[in-house]
Design a protein around this ligand. Structure first.
Ligand code: B12
Ligand code: SF4
Length: 460
């Protein structure tokens, strides 16, 4: 069985910016296959700068029996087109898809993309080798015994359970096989736990709401291994809310310190404002942390309440103060275009972000990703939102054109984004940083301005 695992190609979309961490979903699936001795090739397309046409050619020339793709929402159509072309060239090739988009819409995706043979819903790295082998040998009788997958059989769709699968014991899964596809200039990324207990309306909670912790020993073994392998002195924790279980976070930090890794490695993380704790931040600093992103989201208490973020403006200010006091760098993440958002509440968000003066800031545009409450609201035309399309390529949260707001136009929200960025940089005299920002995001900025005239970068 000749297998390829594929990170979707680079898209000519603003959202698809170069990112410096390896794709972890594919990493874990690769780890699962490696553990069972299955041979495979990984196409790390985004990092290698491979676009759709070239990737299609490579996959066809590779003459694979089974190709597995991971996919976010804005990538799924591209994956569908590649699958179609592979099937045209080699009818017997099996296509398997996983990742957050199909986790949210498994059945709809099988219906929309007739060339997908099987979708894994949720986490399957511990049994992926068996699923691949059974699909390859067309042993549908055995495949039928698996929950949380959907596949084609006798011209129809077969599934037992369409909910996401969550692996309870996350220490039992093999490490992501980064060494097989990540180049040495990528910054390794790790999870100390999967899952987040909060329930924000714009988030898919892709890893579920129950926190599944890993042992500090296992986490630090993995960090030590890959840091040596990649010869890297930085890494990032990709937990959705790193400090949400303070005791667990402290035990991870203590293990890093005990092993002396804090002397060699610097790291970053992201957390929730309610999970901010000064003593813990100090310990994190001692353990090598230098940067913490705080999900601020909005500068309006009414909006924060409605998002289910379980926080307040006061708690956000306090959390940022604690990060600063612990001498950590601070990142501020904000969103414009929440349910029931008005121009006034957007201004409050910009004012809060500007006043907090974090070391870096983002004002993202709300995107109605499937599986979120925002998507449901927009679909039902509630909370001042309206879904415009299910053309997934328009679910790009920079040029975003998938949703309309009753209270303002898309152009207004874009102007507010721009005002936010300019104000934050000028008010806080961050002019050199602003020039660097403009340079780094030049493609996104072109797309952003073209979108004002209804032109999408992809068509340009
Ligand atoms: C880490 C992370 C990032 C990292 C790394 C992204 C990456 N490409 O790996 C960074 C910070 C760069 C990032 C950026 C963005 N992210 Co992000 N990110 C996450 C986060 C927190 C974790 C992803 C992860 O690794 N999960 C853990 C793994 C184990 O789970 P998994 O990915 O689902 O994979 C498992 C299964 O799905 C399955 N699977 C996955 N692939 C495959 C393939 C096959 C063949 C099979 C069989 C199975 C399989 O098996 C895997 C192992 O169990 C998620 C939230 C979440 N909890 O998932 C958001 C999330 C994926 N991000 C999201 C978004 C929107 C973005 C951005 C667009 C944000 C922005 N404003 O720029 C960018 C897009 C960047 C890009 N072009 O890729 C959304 C995606 C929504 C959607 N439906 O598309 C999510 C779901 C958060 C949310 N809002 O709900 N992100
Ligand atoms: S805190 Fe973050 S990961 Fe948790 S539900 Fe909210 S947005 Fe999602």
């Amino acid at each position: 069985m000749k297998v390829a695992l594929v990170v979707p190609p680079k898209q000519k979309l603003a959202q698809d910016q170069f990112h410096r961490t390896p794709q972890m979903g594919i990493g874990y699936i690769a780890g699962g296959l490696k553990r069972e001795g299955v041979e495979f090739t990984v196409y790390n397309s985004k990092h290698a700068g491979i676009y759709e046409d070239e990737l299609t050619r490579l996959l066809i020339n590779g003459d694979y029996d089974l190709v597995g793709f991971s996919s976010m929402t804005f990538e799924i159509k591209s994956v569908g087109r590649i699958a179609k072309n592979i099937k045209k060239a080699k009818k017997n090739c099996r296509i398997v898809v996983g990742g957050c988009h199909t986790n949210a819409l498994p059945k709809e995706s099988m219906e929309e993309f007739p060339d997908f043979d099987l979708i894994c819903i949720g986490e399957h790295e511990d049994q992926i080798a068996s699923i691949f082998k059974l699909l390859y040998t067309r042993d549908y009788g055995e495949l039928e015994k698996f929950d949380h997958i959907i596949f084609r059989k006798n011209g129809g769709l077969f599934y037992r359970n369409l909910t996401r699968r969550f692996i309870k014991d996350v220490d039992s899964v093999f490490w992501p096989a980064y060494e097989l596809f990540a180049s040495k200039d990528l910054t390794p990324a790790y999870f100390s736990a999967r899952g987040c207990p909060y329930f924000c309306s714009f988030c898919q909670q892709n890893s579920g709401r129950v926190i599944r912790r890993r042992s500090p020993q296992a986490v630090c073994d993995e960090i030590e291994h890959f840091s040596d392998y990649f010869k890297q002195d930085t890494f990032t924790f990709r937990d959705e809310s790193f400090t949400v279980d303070k005791k667990h976070t402290a035990s991870i930090c203590n293990e890093l310190i005990k092993r002396g890794l804090n002397k060699k490695l610097k790291w970053t993380c992201e957390t929730h404002s309610r999970a901010a704790d000064y003593d813990l931040f100090r310990l994190m600093k001692e353990a090598g942390c230098y940067y913490v992103d705080i999900g601020g989201e909005s500068g309006s208490n009414e909006i924060l309440k409605a998002t289910g973020k379980s926080t307040t403006v006061e708690a956000i200010i306090d959390a940022c103060r604690k990060v600063r006091k612990a001498k950590l760098k601070l990142g501020g993440l904000f969103i414009l275009g929440h349910p029931n958002e008005t121009k006034r509440t957007m201004l409050k968000t910009i004012a809060l972000g500007t006043k907090l003066n974090p070391d870096s800031i983002t004002f993202s545009m709300m995107t109605p990703f499937p599986g979120t409450k925002v998507y449901e609201y927009a679909l039902r035309n509630e909370a001042g939102l309206k879904l415009l399309t299910k053309d997934w390529e328009r679910y790009d949260n920079i040029t975003g054109s998938a949703m309309a707001w009753d209270a303002f136009s898309l152009k207004t929200i874009k102007i507010f984004q721009l005002v936010g960025l300019v104000l934050y940089h000028i008010y806080n005299l961050r002019l050199v940083q602003f020039t660097k920002y403009l340079h780094r995001h030049k493609k996104g900025i072109i797309s952003y301005f073209l979108a004002f005239f209804g032109i999408r970068y992809k068509e340009f």
